[in-house]
Each structure stands twice: as C-alpha cells, then as structure tokens.
Write a protein that binds this ligand. Sequence first.
Ligand SMILES: Cc1ncc(C[n+]2csc(CCOP(=O)(O)OP(=O)(O)O)c2C)c(N)n1
Length: 846
Amino acid sequence: MTDLAGDIDPVETGEWRDALLTLLAAHGTARARYILDQLEATARALHVGWSPELVTPYINTIALDQQAPFPGDLAIEEKLASLMRWNALAMVARANGAYGELGGHIASYASAADLFEVGFNHFFRAANESHGGDLVFFQPHSAPGVYARAFLEGRLTEDDLSHYRQEITAPANGARGLTSYPHPWLMPDFWQFPTGSMGIGPISSIYHARFMRYLTHRGLLNCQGRKVWGVFGDGEMDEPESMSALTLASREKLDNLVWVVNCNLQRLDGPVRGNGRIIDELEKLFRGAGWNVIKLLWGSDWDGLFARDSQGALAKAFASTVDGQMQTFAAKDGRFNRESFFGQNEELARLAKGLTDEQIDRLKRGGHDLVKIHAAYSAADQHTGTPTVILAHTKKGYGMGAAGQGKMTTHSQKKLDQGALIEFRNRFNLPLSDAQAKNLEFFRPAEDAAEMRYLHARRKGLGGYMPRRQSASQALPVPALSSYAAFATAASGKEMSTTMAFVRLLGNLLKDKELGPRIVPIVADEARTFGMANLFKQVGIYSSVGQRYEPEDIGSVLSYREALDGQILEEGISEAGAIASWTAAATSYSVHGFPMLPFYIYYSMFGFQRVGDAIWAAADQRARGFLLGATSGRTTLGGEGLQHQDGTSHLVAATIPNCKAYDPAFAGEMSVIVDRGMCEMLVEQRDVFYYITLMNENYAQPDLPSEAHEGVIRGGYRFASYGDSNAKRCVTLLGSGAILTEVIKAAQQLAAKGIASDVLSITSWSELARDSTYAQQLLASTRGSLIAATDYVRAVPESLRVNVPSGRTYIALGTDGFGRSDTRAALRAYFGVNAATIASAAASCE
Ligand SMILES: Cc1ncc(C[n+]2csc(CCOP(=O)(O)OP(=O)(O)O)c2C)c(N)n1
C-alpha cells in the first residue's frame, strides 16, 4: 500500500531515519547492522512480507572515505595504459589493413585496458621461487592488449606484433605469430588459460580456485596466498556455464577468487540489456549466490558531484536510465550529455553548472579510473570468506571517439580512418607524429624512459612477467603394470565388465605410495552406478569442511565418508563442473608445477556430446589425464534408451588431435592402455589425454599375451583365428568394445559353416586412422573380405576403409540412428551389430 500511495507520513519516516542516523553516529556500522538484522527478524516473524532488496543504488560500493590510497604513480600508469591501447589498436588495424579477412577486436580492450593495467601494476603475481603465482584469466578478445604489454616488456618484438593472427606465415618471416585469442596449444610458453569460447573461462576459473583448495587441504601443495583473477565480459555472463558454479564458489568460501566483469553494457550485436540494467541484474544474481559484490561504477571526477548532490538526484536519475540509453550517452559528446542527462531536472542541471562540455565528456566511468579500480581490487584482495565480483562500469570502444565509442557496431570495428587515428592520438596524448599515427607505427619508449623503468619495476615487485606458462614439470614414476593390473592381464576367463575392472585397477593404483596420492578420481553423482562406492571409504570424498554429520550408513564398509583430505571429487550433477574440475587437475603439472592425474568417469553420452567444447578447451590447455566414458555404446547399455545410449563419442574424440581414444573389449587391453597413458603423461611428459570407453556387460575376460600389448596401444591386434585354416573361404572380422564378443560368436558360427576367419580386436579406430602405416600392416596380413562392427555409428569403423588393401571388400556395421530401450540382444539385432548379422554379412561376401 505504501508503494502505491507513496509516503503517507513523512514526519514519521523522518523520525525513523533520524533514529538510524543517531545509532550510526553513536555506535558505528556494526551495531547498525545488528539492529537492522533484529528488525528484519521481527518483521519476518510477524509475516510483514519484507526482505531487503538485493540491489543497491547505482553508485560505487566503496565510499570515498573507504578507498585504499593509490600507491602508484598515476601519471606514469596513465601513460602506460595509453601506450598499451595504442599498440593494441595498431596491431589489429595493421593486420586488417594488410589482410581484411584476419579480424580482431579493438573496442573490447579499449574498454578493459585500465582493468588489466591495474592488475598488472599492482595485483597479478607471477610465479617464481618464492610464490606460486596468481592465475589470471584474460577476456579472450582483449588479447591484443596483453600482447601490447608483452611488447613493452620486451617479451615480444615488433615483428611479432606485425604477425598478429598470422601464425602460419610468421615463422617464414622470422617472427612468432600471435594467436587470435589465448591458446596455450599454440603459444605454450605464454598463454595459460584458453578463454576464446566464452563461458568456459569463468567456470574454469572457479574450479581452478577450488582445486587449489583441494591441493592445500590434502596437504599436497600449499596454495595459500595465491589468487585466481578473471576478467570477463558482461555479455559473457549470458552463457549458462558462466553462472552455473556461482554457488559452488560461495559454498566453498573461495575467497581466493576475484572476478572482474567488464560491464561496458554492450555485447556483439548491441546492448547486453538495452531495456534494463545488466549491473543490477548481475548484482542481484551474485549477491543471491553469496558473493561479495563491489560495484565500480563512477570515476573520481564524479566524487565532487556526488558530494554536492544532497538530494540524491544522481542516484535517482541512474535508477531510471536503462543501459540502451546509457550507451547513447557514451556515444555522444559533453554537450549532448549536458542537455540530455544533466538537463533532465533542475537539481541535475545545477550539479553540472561548474563543468564545461569538455569536462562532462571526460567524466569517467569507474572502470576507466585507475584510482577507483585500485580501490576495488584492493578491497577484493583483502576480502575473506566469499569470492568477490567487481562489476566494473566501462565504455565499449573507450577513446575511439566518433569512430567507435559506445557505437552499436563497435565490437566489429577493426580499422580507424586517418582522422580517427589522429583523434585517438590526441585523446590519449600519445607521443606520435601525425605520420606515425596515420602509419599505425608501434611505439615503445626508450628502455631508460621513466615509464619503462616503472613498468619493469612493478612487474619485478610482483614476481615477474605474465602471462607465462610453464611446460616442464617433475616426472612421476608409474608402477609396474603387474603390480596393479595382473588380475586383468591374466584374467583367465574370469567374468567381469571393463567398468568393474577399471574400478579395481583404480583402487589398486590409489594404494601405490608415490602415485596414489596424485590420483584425482572425479565423478558427477554416478559413482554408485559404476560400482565405485568402495572408494568412498578407501580414499574419502573431498569436503572443505570435513563431515559434519553421522552418515546413515556409518557401520557399512562402503560408508559415505567425506573428509578434508578426501581424494574423490564428487561434483554432483554437473558435467560442466566435473570437466572443469578435471581440467584443473589435468593441468596442475603446468599451472602449479605439480603433476596430478585425474580420472573422470561418467556416462559416455554426457561427455563429448554434452561438454565437448570444454574438452576442446582442455585439449588446448594441454590437459593430461583420463576421461572414462562408462556405460558406453548404443546397444551395450540396454534399458536406458535414446538419451543415454552413446554411439558417437568416438567420432568426436577422433577430431581432437591430442586425445587418444580407445574402445577396448577386454580388461587386459584397458589396463595396458591406462599403463601406456600414464607413462606418456607422467614420465615422458607428453601433452596428451586419453579417452577410454568402458562397458557394464559382464563376460569372460581372456588373458592378454604380452606380445599383443603393442598392438593394443597402436589400435588393434590379431585376437584369434577360427575355423579350419585350410578352409576354402576365409574372412576377417574386426570388432571393438563389447561388440567384439558378438564378432567372436560370429566367427564361431561361420566356422561351423566351414568359413574360417581371423578376428582382429580393434582397440582404437582413431589411432589406426592416424597411423596408416600400422593400419595397413595390420590388415595386409589378413585374408578375405573384411567385416567391421562396433557399438558406435558406422562412420567410426568407416575411418579404416582407406587402409583396406585394394580389391578386398570392406563392410562397416554400426549403430546409426536414435537409441531405444530394450535388451542388449534385441538392440543388437535391431541395429545389426549382433553375431547373426555379422556372420550373414560375412557369408554374403564373395
Ligand atoms: C561461446 C561463444 N559464443 C560466441 C562468441 C562470439 N563472441 C565473441 S566476443 C562476443 C561478444 C562479447 O561481449 P561481452 O562479453 O559483453 O564482451 P565485450 O567485448 O563487450 O567486452 C561474442 C558474441 C564466442 N567467442 N564464444
């Protein structure tokens, strides 16, 4: 009613307000907060139906008198920021002047430059002997700014800058090509975190921060005092992945995590929330999720205006200005803003009276004011108990004047005309002649210039230059295969599924004194599905608070045990989270110089299909670890039906150059693959990761002779021959995974009909496709027509066709189409990958 009617008793309202002011003056903020809490509790108890708004006024969270003093040389830092801006702009504009197709961005870094610079000059700590270093996630399309800084630092040359986005032609010209976005795969000594696919950087930063806690809590590596910083876009917050782990970050009290969301209010096509306010929306969201929110909205020039604004006219005006309008203000000059913004009412007009149009034009948003940015970072740095997000208000294309500032099209602006270049030069007082500006010449001050000495000194104080990625790491010994997998390599026909075998193998590896502690088992609420419950007790589930309850099953040997030093990462139903967690562990060798070995086991359908882009990013980040696609195959997982039955993961896995994908049929094969993977990753230090599919079908597991090991690794080997070797007709049957059992049955059926066969166990279609020499050698020794069958779509075995000896028939059977729920037998008959179909395909061949 009050809302509708307004203030029905202003005198009474004033009394309440005065009471609060008196309380504040007499007892301070802590006491005021206490009283407000009490009032709220009382109101709640009486069902008044009120709770405080999650949104605060559109002003800086940090009041002027709470601001940390700026410890740097402002003039020099501004000069440096201007140089970074110029060189970044020149890099993109030059590349596009020469080859219009190369693309690149100017406007995003123009808005983020000051946010980056304050980090570089005061906060981002590099790794060295005495400090593990901070992790910094850079907004991807602001990469030119990071290169511009590395150029001033002497880490990149002018030639390198001239080869931005020309990675292939650069070496021929004696330069290093600079990648479009942060790509560790292509610049392995530079970029640490691939952020180019938006949304993956934010979630990844959360799980990296949590993984640092895990390392600390398990007593493996002390990561205290290290932070994870991430600069992301406000448009990027639209990505579901960006937001999906916010509550994990606060639940885990990740005060080692600071996000800076660059709220330039624009994305690629236009405003992020033209008809609303993205900063309000994000404030609500983050506050609701339990984060510390710092709004960094207005620069120091506004302090005086706010101080004179006793009526709160500014806050009121902002409250009724939507972002689309704010963008228009950004795009227009001081005169327009005097009329349109300050001209809205008398109070505002009075505030602007003492300002010239030029001064109004130069009023900075908070994210462009080094002093305010520093104050926000400093508060975030010191904050404890929750993660912090800084919502930094900036202008897209800041300083690009009429050519781009706040323009709808600014995101895609790659060139500036000569007039705009001169304007930019003047705007940022760049020491460039007209000709130098028009020619887009890069500028680096002399090494002994004050700003250069300052730049180097600041980085020295923070431990060195960054970003910098380390490739080398200590090697870890891998135990002998026989010590943990004899049960699988010499299974003597014992029945088990490959999933069961894997879990047993993992349990054994976890017991290894040296390697065991480095293993990180990861699950997404499916451990029981895979028969891993025994590990709960054996190694415990990681919990940053230990176990605060008595588990219902405490008496059981499989009891649900959570512990501070628990080893399993139980990520709940979040494949996006689990894969981010896996990536953090799989890159620990580089990020922390401390190798860990993650095994993430999941429903195979919810891997490459669900979080394929995150796996691609992990590959770019040179992840080393194992992905286990369990309950795999379209017909082996019977009753679960269409959405669970995976027939494609091997197709996608094959497209990732550093992913080695295997579909072993037998426990012995699986163990040899795990062994080889561990040796490659931990001993030989190769940047590969393994994808292994596992099945839940029980069948007899044969011994694996040692002479077959090499074939298992290379993608296939001759498993056995059936029938009379002198038979007139012979064929070759190939199969992988559980379908190999159907192939073997088919061979037996054919033998009964007088057709002999060689059976090849194909452990990896994709490894064979990559190594045609071996594939041809393997097939050359076989006879007759070849029939291949898998539990995956036909395109998987089709990849072998190019290596089939000429003149031989090759038939590929697979499981194309949508899955169904039914029994294995019914499904295999339906898709045509059962023994009968294989045998009849073979029999029908000439
Ligand atoms: C997953 C994904 N989708 C789309 C893009 C293409 N893209 C690159 S930048 C961009 C706009 C980014 O806007 P914002 O996050 O607000 O950052 P700004 O450039 O405004 O600072 C888009 C859509 C991408 N890189 N990744």
